[in-house]
Design a protein around this ligand. Structure first.
Ligand code: SIN
Ligand code: CO
Length: 381
């Protein structure tokens, strides 16, 4: 993507300007971000998705007795009538379920894929919403159908109402207010307080970007390191030929502490191991995604494209795909990086791959991570 080209999607800003001025810093309201936007999913498509096993969904009702939340799958009969006010249901990960939604997501790839989480779609009856809250995500809120009034504020007080089944701010104070029409979009950085209330029936698409939490990432990497360390660090035993006789036998020898530090440093010594584990972690498929391998003979002659659920990224030495890493260099690295960036590779380029790389692509095709290249659906269909 040309990051210096002004985009209607960003209100005439270039991706480079948007990232510099707004990303993680301040909201941006874009009128007509997608002119003439007509969502490729309607209310009943969304109801059907919310009823599926393996698709994460929630029903949220703002009733006289307070907030109610129910986790999906949500059968059609478990939903209130759309003439009843003040309720909404939300479906996560719709980009993994629907080609048209996945195609729209491609317009946001001026942000690294490593930061992308998913597209969540909500459908609300008149007055419906999830209450005033904040997210730990960067989010683009794209109005897809009907109108929604957003009230937003920078508040520091992020205390939550106790005893409520969802995150509702205790003292929400709005500073600005906008009514969004179909095709309008609002970007909010993390921790920005917001409350979106449907004006009539309304559908909103949330394009969400996650940021790894320190402790969570450290745990994931260290778990991976632990597996590697068992075989990789070595078999040498701790030796203590200079150990004097002790009068306090329960005291742990200082030298044993030093040995512990040394073996952990040894486990971290391979500078590429962490990068490797990071790439594998970032490309791991979500827990509700599984690929059904195909029985048909894999074939690269038409070129290839990534399945919409496939995550593929790279660093200087590796390519990563769906939690696996491959060390690559030279021409193969250039071609596989192109596959990761463009999510497709033409037949001509596939023909330039080395035997080993072509073999890997055939394996990925058998695993249904890739499929023969076909036309991408247009973002608006
Ligand atoms: C919604 O679509 O109702 C909620 C989206 C959000 O506030 O993050
Ligand atoms: Co939110």
């Amino acid at each position: 993507m040309n990051t210096d080209q002004p985009l209607a999607l960003l209100g005439g800003l270039t991706p480079a300007q948007f990232m510099k001025r707004h990303w993680q810093k301040k909201p941006l309201l874009v009128r007509n971000a997608i002119p003439g936007f007509v969502p490729c999913l309607n209310r009943s498509d969304l109801v059907a998705l919310a009823g599926q096993e393996g698709v994460e969904s929630r029903l949220i009702v703002d009733s006289a007795n307070g907030w109610r939340m129910k986790q999906g799958p949500l059968t059609k009969r478990s939903l209130p009538s759309f003439s009843q006010k003040k309720w909404t249901f939300l479906v996560q990960g719709v980009d993994a379920q629907h080609d048209g939604v996945h195609a729209l997501l491609q317009q946001f790839r001026f942000v690294p894929d490593a930061r992308l989480d998913d597209v969540m779609i909500s459908y609300a009856s008149d007055g419906g919403g999830v209450g005033p809250h904040f997210d730990s995500y960067d989010v683009f809120l794209l109005q897809a159908h009907g109108q929604r009034r957003w009230r937003i504020g920078r508040q520091k007080d992020l205390s939550l109402q106790p005893g409520v089944p969802l995150k509702i701010l205790q003292n929400f104070e709005a500073e600005e207010e906008f009514v969004l029409n179909p095709g309008d979009m609002l970007y909010l950085p993390p921790k920005y307080a917001h409350d979106g209330i449907a004006l009539g029936e309304c559908m909103t698409w949330s394009i969400g970007f996650r940021a790894p939490k320190e402790g969570e990432l450290a745990r994931e990497l260290l778990l991976g390191l632990a597996d590697e360390a068992f075989d990789g660090v070595g078999e040498a035993l701790y030796r203590d030929p200079k150990q004097p006789a002790v009068a306090s036998p329960a005291a742990i020898p200082v030298e044993l502490g030093d040995f512990a530090r040394q073996v952990v440093a040894k486990a971290l010594k391979n500078p590429h191991l962490l990068e490797n584990l990071l790439g594998e972690y970032l490309t791991e498929a979500k827990s509700n995604v599984w690929f059904e391998g195909s029985d048909s003979e894999p074939d690269l002659s038409a070129g290839v494209q990534l399945d919409r659920r496939t995550k593929m990224m790279y660093d200087e030495r590796h390519v990563f795909i769906n939690g696996e890493s491959f060390r690559v260099g030279g021409k193969d690295a250039r071609l596989l990086r192109q596959l990761a960036d463009k999510r497709s590779l033409s037949a001509d380029y596939c023909a330039l791959l080395s035997g080993d790389a072509a073999e890997a692509l055939l394996d990925w095709m058998s695993a249904a991570w890739l499929k023969p290249l076909e036309d991408f659906p247009s973002p608006r269909t």
